[in-house]
Design a protein around this ligand. Structure first.
Ligand code: C2E
Ligand code: MG
Ligand code: MG
Length: 685
């Protein structure tokens, strides 16, 4: 079986054609042929079919080899074109070869034909392979040239040989500027020496290295890129080049950064939030421990933020918080960090400090700075701060404990009159645990019906007859016994529980007053204490109405006692509430008069009926001239305003006589009776 060979013959003699075919068969081919004699036939055959080669005579009656070559070249097919002919001039042969013929043979020397064909077929194959290789290379290089990734190819020493246009665009360097330089020109030396060594070891071991670089453009601008570094090896397995492709991931990094900020920073003040402060505190504590030093944590609470936020609105509140954050930061030095840990609480970390006095110094600085007014949205605001200080490791070796203790110290600072600082002591911890227990118990007191009302008689001075009673709440706690209101009302106010407790007191007092009236005290008045929180909650009028309706008590017998604090705020809620209560026919008294604010203008502004002089001014009557002066001034003023006056805390006969002589209207105190349960009260009838 010979090798198939499809031959296109340009020949006018069929005999000559047969001779050629014979020669080919002898040479081991299995030829198939088509013979043409004209240009048209040649063109037609060449385009119609696929041929392994062309064998052409030199001169035919209607055609010749040069014309055939012209057509052959025009159509552009790469197969052997061999000319066979009788004697031709050497110069013509040269011209034919120049024109694209692959070989020239004499017809009577056909022995060369087969080797020539074999050689030419081989040549064609080689040319074809080369063309294919060139095509692949062209594709590859335009892929690299047009790649959306940056491509760098270095030599085996790491010197840049090639960079693609994307590189030029991304870095601002031209290929010429970076050729024969190390890629370090891009500042990729942001890798530590160690990381860099690891990179090259990975690559030299024949693996890919992937990672992030922070690089620098020619303009100096920094940008993040994700890079892939690998080696290029020759067929012998030797590294000839390195390939670095990178992609700009700056936008990813920015998104990452944004997410980080959201998770770790407070929107309003742009300071670290609770989570980050916690984290940094942990680090500071570890460093302090390693260095055998102390670190301190301060928690800083704004003393009147709630009022400002509620009366002037959240925008002003936010503005104030922001200004507070800035002012705090101004009080700090070096590595000291401020953050916001809750609505109106900030924290400051003082890391690795030898001196336990530093918090004192920083606190002093803060208190001083906060004496100046804040200007927010056209408001001049003053806010003082209460600061709690804990020092590690003495006050705790865990961030959570340290923070909790700092808050306990801060509470103490608040209880001590605010605008000061307190170092934590273990005692505070007990107090705050105690407080927490109390709070939990108080939340259940109402549903467990542990609250009771005691009643203290109120005496008309002139007649010494009992005309009223004040309802005073007590908490019958299963463990603590009878708890006095001084021990839990403040907590109820802070937690908001006072609103529901107050509602209970109101309805119970009204029901029991009705009971008194039906059991021997026909015209008795009932005084009920009301907390400012009940007024601010906006529900007091409804509660009073409900209590009166439910009990059937006439409004004129109910007397609501409120402290001066209520009047300091002239919000519409307060004004409306007091006016509505007045229209309902309920009486309103000012309790603990003289202990609160000294502005008296409010006495005229609100519909009060009675002043209760605080027992602090009664106790030393009539010997203390200051108290005498105050009581007499109050009596005179009340008279001119048409208000009744009640003196609280009357304990002695002397006090009773003096106050009666000065025409004080009403008296209340242990001299007459202690507060007592309803049953005892009813027994007096
Ligand atoms: P307050 O309204 O000024 O009540 C008078 C307090 O003085 C009562 O204390 C009473 O027991 C005490 N007291 C009466 N006479 C004398 C006396 O001669 N000498 C002395 N040293 N004290 C006397 P209590 O019951 O412990 O109540 C304390 C405060 O708790 C009350 O002061 C009032 O502000 C508040 N409170 C009591 N019950 C309620 C309530 O139901 N709601 C609210 N919001 N506060 C209440
Ligand atoms: Mg009272
Ligand atoms: Mg009082």
């Amino acid at each position: 079986m010979g090798q198939p060979l499809k031959v296109l013959l340009i020949e006018d003699s069929e005999d000559d054609a047969q001779l050629v075919l014979l020669e080919l068969r002898r040479g081991g081919f299995k030829p198939e042929y088509f013979r043409v004699e004209t240009a048209e036939a040649f063109r037609e055959a060449l385009t119609r079919d696929q041929w392994d080669m062309v064998l052409s005579d030199h001169n035919l009656p209607q055609f010749n080899a040069p014309s055939a070559l012209a057509i052959f070249n025009e159509i552009g097919i790469d197969i052997p074109f061999i000319i066979m002919s009788g004697a031709v001039r050497a110069a013509d042969v040269v011209d034919l070869i120049k024109a694209g013929a692959h070989d020239f043979l004499e017809k009577d020397d056909l022995a060369r034909l087969v080797p020539a064909i074999e050689r030419e077929l081989r040549e064609v194959k080689i040319r074809q392979k080369k063309r294919e290789a060139e095509e692949t290379l062209r594709k590859l290089s335009s892929a690299v040239e047009q790649s959306p990734s940056t491509v760098i190819i270095t030599d085996d020493k790491g010197m840049i040989e090639y960079v693609n246009p994307k590189f030029e665009k991304a870095t601002g360097y031209t290929a010429g500027e970076v050729r024969n330089q190390l890629p370090d020109i891009l500042g990729s030396s942001y890798l530590t020496q160690e990381q860099s060594n690891a990179l090259w070891k990975t690559v030299r071991d024949g693996q890919e290295w992937r990672g992030e670089f922070c690089s620098q453009r020619k303009s100096g601008e920094m940008f993040w890129e994700y890079a892939l570094v690998s080696s290029i090896k020759n067929p012998e397995g030797e590294t000839t080049n390195y390939l670095i492709t990178t992609e700009d991931i700056t936008f990813l990094k920015e998104a990452e950064e944004k997410i980080y900020r959201q998770a770790n920073y407070d929107d309003v003040t742009e300071l670290p939030n609770r989570a980050l402060i916690f984290d940094r505190l942990g680090q500071a504590m570890v460093r302090a421990k390693d260095a055998d030093q102390t670190a301190a944590l301060m928690t800083i609470s704004l003393d009147n933020f709630k009022t400002i936020n509620e009366t002037l609105g959240h925008e002003v509140g936010d503005g104030l918080l922001k200004a507070v954050g800035q002012r705090l930061a101004e009080c700090l030095r070096g590595a000291e960090t401020a953050g916001r840990v809750s609505a109106d609480e900030f924290a400051v970390i003082l890391p690795d400090k030898d001196s336990a006095f530093l918090p004192k110094i920083v606190s002093g600085r803060i208190l001083e700075k906060f004496a100046e007014a804040f200007h927010v949205d056209g408001h001049e605001l003053f806010t003082t701060v209460s600061i709690g200080i804990t020092v590690c490791p003495m006050d705790g070796d865990d961030p959570g404990i340290l923070l909790r203790n700092a808050v306990a110290a801060m509470r103490k600072a608040k209880e001590d009159g605010r605008n000061n600082y307190q170092y934590f002591s273990q005692k505070m911890n007990e107090e705050s645990t105690e407080r927490l227990n109390l709070e939990t118990g108080l939340r259940r007191a109402l549903e467990k019906e542990e609250l009771v009302l005691f009643y203290q008689p109120i005496i008309e001075a002139a007649s010494k007859r009992m005309v009223a009673a004040e309802a005073l709440v007590r908490w019958r706690n299963p463990e603590r016994g009878l708890v006095s209101p001084d021990q839990f009302i403040f907590l109820a106010e802070e937690t908001g529980l006072v609103v529901s407790i107050g509602d209970w007191v109101l309805s119970t007092a009204c029901i029991q007053a009705k009971q008194m009236q039906e059991n021997g005290f026909p015209n008795i008045n009932i005084a009920v204490n009301v907390s400012p929180e009940q007024i601010w909650s906006g529900s007091l009028v409804r509660s009073v109405q409900g209590a009166l309706n439910q009990s059937g008590l006439a409004p004129k017998y109910l007397d609501l006692e409120m402290t001066e604090g209520v009047c300091m705020d002239d919000s519409t809620t307060t004004v409306e509430t007091l006016n509505q209560l007045n229209r309902m026919g309920v009486r309103i008294s000012i309790d603990d008069f003289g202990t609160g604010y000294s502005s008296l203008s409010y006495l005229k502004r609100y519909p009060f009926h009675k002043l209760k002089i605080d027992r602090a001014f009664v106790g030393d009557l009539p010997s203390d001239p200051d108290d005498v002066a105050l009581v007499e001034a109050v009596l005179a003023m009340a008279k001119s305003l048409g208000l009744q006056v009640l003196a609280e805390g009357v304990e002695t006969e002397e006090q009773c006589q003096y106050l009666t002589w000065r025409q004080c209207d009403l008296l209340q105190g242990f001299y007459f009776s202690h507060p007592m349960p309803l049953e005892d009260f009813l027994k007096q009838a």
